[in-house]
Unconditional design. Structure first.
Length: 339
């Protein structure tokens, strides 16, 4: 198992440089309400030489599939082939409220989106007459094709997924899966779904990237360290409608439904501190790395045993120095774990 790191706008290039020095495999950039992924990835590309880079994830409703292919091709060229394209369909309320894009039939939309992206990356003229994307519209113009550089049809594409059907889709059409709120125990069920998708496509799980996103906060006292993680969970759980939110549903399935309701209600009323305080310690401890290296090491071993190929850490310290310290502790813990 290798380690990766999810970067933030304020400290991304500096943290990525140190992650590369520590031997981390990958640096990923998420996007949403705070930052877009490609801009920060470009800055990180200029400051690194070896570490692989990935969007973690670029949101499907935000871009047409051809623009996504053009962006991926450009980033891949800037990084001399170090780039992997992470994509996610996002949450219904984000798709509609932030991007103004319908969320109907998200799995079919995602599968068609990936097909267009791969076609564009292959360098072939983009001709696709589907339900959601019609390129070019019949009788209007000739098909266009990517001219950004040499075609790279095998550029890795990872898909963020939570629900059973989306996990199977990731296994069927993608080269890797990016997970969220993943305990080592829950990974077994998730990978069962991913493996089923791989089998549908005639593939095995070998060579498939299994990349859960795991928050990390370090320190001698695990309970004190967990305080830095609370806001992260509250933001996800409180996002959007109770009935449409994939994160609210996931936390409920993990056995924390009452807490999820309280977190959302407090978040929606503007009580962000109260929402963070309502996040159960058990939830954070199950799905995060909290405390000193000696406590984190057996958790890393459990993730490795569950089938993780790259563990993506989200360091939640307020400063770049604090985030770098978390990466150092995790690297020490990985050596202690022997995995």
């Amino acid at each position: 198992m290798r380690l990766g790191v999810f970067l933030s706008r304020d400290s991304g290039p500096q943290v990525a440089e140190e992650a590369e020095r520590l031997g981390y495999e990958m640096a990923l950039v998420p996007e949403g309400f705070k930052q877009d992924a490609p801009s920060l990835l470009g800055a990180v590309a200029a400051r690194t030489r070896r570490i692989r880079l990935a969007s973690g994830v670029m949101q499907i409703p935000a871009r047409t599939p051809v623009l996504t292919a053009l962006t991926a091709s450009t980033l891949d060229a800037l990084t001399a082939g170090r780039f992997a394209l992470g994509l996610g369909v996002s949450n219904p309320d984000v798709s509609l409220g932030w991007y103004g894009v319908p969320y109907d039939r998200p799995l079919a939309r995602t599968e068609e989106y990936l097909a267009v992206v791969r076609m564009a990356l292959s360098g072939a003229p983009v001709r696709h007459q589907g339900r959601f994307y019609r390129l070019p519209p019949e009788g209007t113009t000739e098909a266009a094709q990517l001219r950004a550089g040499p075609p790279r049809p095998q550029l890795p594409i990872y898909l963020a997924a939570v629900g059973p059907a989306n996990l199977e889709l990731a296994g069927r059409v993608a080269d890797g899966w990016i997970g969220v709120f993943c305990s080592p125990q829950r990974l077994a069920d998730s990978l069962h779904r991913v493996r089923a998708g791989r089998q549908q496509a005639g593939h095995r799980l070998d060579g498939f990237e299994v990349l859960p996103s795991v928050p990390i906060s370090v320190g001698p006292d695990p309970v004190a360290a967990a305080e830095a993680v609370r806001g992260y969970f509250a933001n996800f759980i409180g996002l959007g409608s109770r009935h449409r939110s994939i994160y609210h549903r996931l936390v409920t399935e993990l056995g924390h439904g009452a807490a999820a309701d309280e977190i959302r209600d407090r978040q929606r009323s503007g009580d962000r501190a109260g929402a963070a305080a309502a996040v159960p310690l058990a939830l954070m401890d199950d799905t995060s790395l909290i405390g000193p290296a000696q406590r984190i090491a057996p958790r890393l071993a459990a993730y490795a045993a569950a089938g993780v190929t790259t563990l993506g850490l989200t360091p939640l310290a307020d400063t770049a120095a604090g985030q770098i310290e978390a990466l150092r502790v995790a690297a020490t813990a990985l050596r202690l774990a022997g995995c």
